[in-house]
Write a protein that binds this ligand. Structure first.
Ligand code: ATP
Length: 502
């Protein structure tokens, strides 16, 4: 394993490690994530930003051309499902820099903090709940401190690996917001880079209600950057310091709240499985334990929630290659924010808010993780590759067609002018409808394997016959099945949206 990949994988980031080796997870999971991270760099999906400078900045990533396409397709799917196709939801786009008063009102200046412990040996900081493990999610600060003291001899530092790392010192709280100055540095207004996109929505909601004459129930959706000075960024795209969120704030009456919470949890689950192709066996719910609940315990079927949340919300966890961990959350924000921004129904009663909040980069990671099949040995079904190597091991990214960076790859079998002309003309026609790669390098077998690895659902091969009768061979990524069609038939299928099933 290269040192840079090892660094990306090693972290004390939250994951229910006690569950990571659960019985339904028998694959060699670390190898899977390791090979995925390597592929992402090699093929231009994602890599550490500024890697050339002392291994880069922890928690910051560059998306390359393929990763940018994949991320955009996931964001588009979210926007379509949560905003575009719903009459009751509208889109907004609010700034990263908000007036500092917003963050005081929101409670973030006081509460948006993690409990942190420092290693007595190497001085590295770790999140106290991560040190405790799976049960840490459900403990408040006092219970965390007690747990760390009770188990001090066995608790190891994630950075240097030494035991009895934290002694008896109670955890301290560290705010996660990046602060900054607006205007001339010395005299300027001190504010923060937003740690969640939601607050911009609350600050603008009254005005939107006025312009749209919106009555509850209605929602405001937004996709945008968020910044958190995480104590321990890691697990690749799982915990970053700059990331994107897809958030919906759904405003409803108190009477409607239970039904809306139920609806949005189910809706979000259906989005993950049906639109992003995430297998339901790798998803589970963890209800939020909140300030209005009984005293926290180390019952890890619950997860502690943010300071604004009330009972009834849930995290949706995904079984990542490194274990079960939060993919997204559906929070019951109650009237916490509407009280502060005076957002009311016509009768003056405060509106309640349900918030499905999905981290876009975590979705990218979950989709990649769910679709990555390294070293898969798959014989051809109903056809063989022209190279005759259809049963050799391949790395496949089984992305749903709508998420794939390229929908088609046009592959002329020889690098000859007449074939290249036909291939370029077909690429141009396909590009009117879907992003299409063209590859003329190396052997056809290697080109197929490259497209399999980046998730291209269909390869279109041009050969001698194509020059005579305008037919081409379509090859399915997952089964390697092949069929022969004329280019016009192919285009008809593309227009009908049926080019990916044969
Ligand atoms: P965690 O417990 O993992 O720190 P959180 O409960 O603080 O997450 P929320 O504040 O509920 O997360 O944020 C909503 C969503 O934003 C999360 O479910 C996740 O998908 C995403 N998210 C939060 N923090 C990060 C991060 N540092 N990097 C990438 N995505 C993140």
């Amino acid at each position: 394993m290269s040192r840079s990949i090892a660094r990306l994988l090693s972290t004390s980031a939250s994951c229910s490690s006690s569950n990571s080796s659960s019985s339904n997870n028998s694959k060699p999971v670390v190898n899977t994530l390791e090979s995925l991270v390597a592929m992402c760099k090699r093929r231009g999906f994602v890599h550490v930003s500024g890697e050339q400078f002392n291994n880069g900045l922890a928690g910051a990533f560059d998306y390359g051309p393929l990763g940018t396409q994949l991320k955009r397709h996931i964001a588009d799917a979210w926007w379509r499902a949560f905003v575009e196709r719903r009459g009751d939801v509208h889109g907004v786009d609010t700034p990263v820099l908000l007036h500092p008063r917003v963050w005081q009102l929101a409670g973030h200046v006081e509460h948006f903090a993690d409990a942190v412990v420092e290693c007595r040996h190497c001085g590295a900081s770790s999140r106290a709940d991560h040190v405790v493990g799976a049960a840490g999610d459900a403990l408040d600060d006092a219970a965390l401190a007690a747990h760390i003291v009770a188990h001090r001899a066995s608790l190891a530092c994630a950075h240097c690996g030494r035991k009895d790392a934290f002694g008896d010192k109670p955890p301290t709280r560290r705010n996660l917001m990046f602060d900054t100055h607006v205007g001339a540095a010395a005299a300027g207004l001190r504010t923060y880079l937003r740690p969640e996109t939601a607050q911009g929505v609350f600050a603008t909601a009254k005005h939107v209600m006025y312009t749209l004459r919106a009555l509850p129930p209605f929602g405001l959706g937004q996709i945008g950057r968020a910044f958190r000075n995480e104590i321990a960024p890691g697990h690749f795209l799982f915990r970053m310091r700059e990331f994107e969120q897809c958030e919906l704030e759904y405003f409803c009456t108190q009477a409607d709240l239970p039904a809306q919470l139920h609806y949005w949890i189910e809706f979000t689950e259906a989005f993950l499985t049906e639109q992003l192709g995430i297998p339901s066996a790798r998803l589970r719910r963890r209800p939020h334990r909140t300030a209005d609940d009984v005293q926290p315990t180390d019952d890890d079927s619950f997860v502690n929630s943010a300071h604004y949340a009330r009972r009834g919300g849930a995290d949706l966890e995904f079984r990542f290659a490194f274990g079960w961990s939060e993919l997204c959350g559906i929070a019951n924000r109650g009237t916490f924010d509407t009280e502060r921004h005076n957002i009311t129904a016509d009768d003056g009663s405060l509106l309640h808010v349900v918030e499905p909040s999905l981290g876009l980069d975590r979705l990218v990671l979950a989709v990649l993780d769910a679709c990555w099949r390294p070293r898969l040995s798959l014989p051809a079904v109903g056809g063989v590759d022209p190279s005759g190597d259809a049963s050799i091991q391949r790395d496949i990214l089984t992305l749903p067609a709508q998420l794939a960076p390229y929908k088609f790859a046009v592959l002329p079998i020889r690098k000859r002018d007449d074939m290249l002309d036909v291939a370029r003309a077909l690429q141009r026609r396909l590009m009117q409808h879907a992003r299409t790669d063209m590859d003329v390098t190396t052997s056809i077998g290697k080109r197929y394997r490259r497209q399999d690895e980046i998730g291209t659902p269909v390869c279109v091969t041009i050969d001698e016959q194509s020059l005579l009768d305008s037919t081409v061979t379509l090859r399915d990524r997952d089964t390697t099945k092949q069929i022969r069609l004329t280019t016009d038939q192919l285009l008809d299928r593309v227009k009908l949206g049926s080019a990916f099933t044969f």
